[in-house]
Write a protein that binds this ligand. Sequence first.
Ligand SMILES: [Fe+2]
Length: 298
Amino acid sequence: MNFPGASPFDLGDPAAYAAWRRGKLATAPASLAELTVEVKDPRALSAAERAALVACCARANMAIYAGGNLSDDKEIPRMLGLQLGLRTLDSNYLADEDGISALSVAGAGEGARREFIPYTDRAINWHTDGYYNPPERTVRGVILHCVESAETGGENQLLDPELAYLLLRDENPEFIRALSEPDVMTIPARVEGTDAAVVARPDQAGPVFSVDDRGFLHMRYTARTRSIVWKDDAVTRAALACLEGILKRGTPWTCRGRLEPGMGLVCNNVLHDRTAFSDSPTRRRLIYRARFYERISG
Ligand SMILES: [Fe+2]
């Protein structure tokens, strides 16, 4: 929701926050079933299907589409995104040339990918996508399309970042202040190979919570502890411990589910994790992932 003038995310405006909080809690979904939209063909939504997906995203920042019987078309995330206002793909260097990543377990011949956890069958801890990107490449929209699910595992938990914000602010507004500092979270430079002169990505410092020029909340976060440097002060440490507790214990609004062939997630880059999984010769997990600079819009 957009709030011209008063922002619920302004720590100096508790009344705007209280009004927004009431509405958020009154409409927060308790399960993914409430956010699941049956679609015939995600490449060509009907007006009603599109409106339903946009409404779910306005309410909870995410929606699941299901029911389309086609699954292996790499154009799906791009064509679906265009219908939801997602126009500009973020192309990381492991994405294919079309800017869409085919996430599956990397084989022995795929050196660079094997270093990155999305291309393994291991569990992935809570995060938002692209947390290591510079501000001009902020990932606001994400689509995951499932071509094939694993033999076992590969489930996701999902949490609307606005609810994480709400729980933290209810606990202590100072936690929000600390996590909004522009240098609270730094991703150290990544160096290619052994040559320190070849920097694949420079240091990225930034806030966890920020509000964009249209008033929308954005969250940048990873629960991983390697390759990340947090600001070292008492309030930041307490805020992070509180957030970790929220994610680990679960909340009434933490959604759980597994994408099956033909299903997908469209979201405003919500918090998510992934359980470990096992492929079999006939069931190799394959997810097409597209990241966009825009949010989902009607
Ligand atoms: Fe992710």
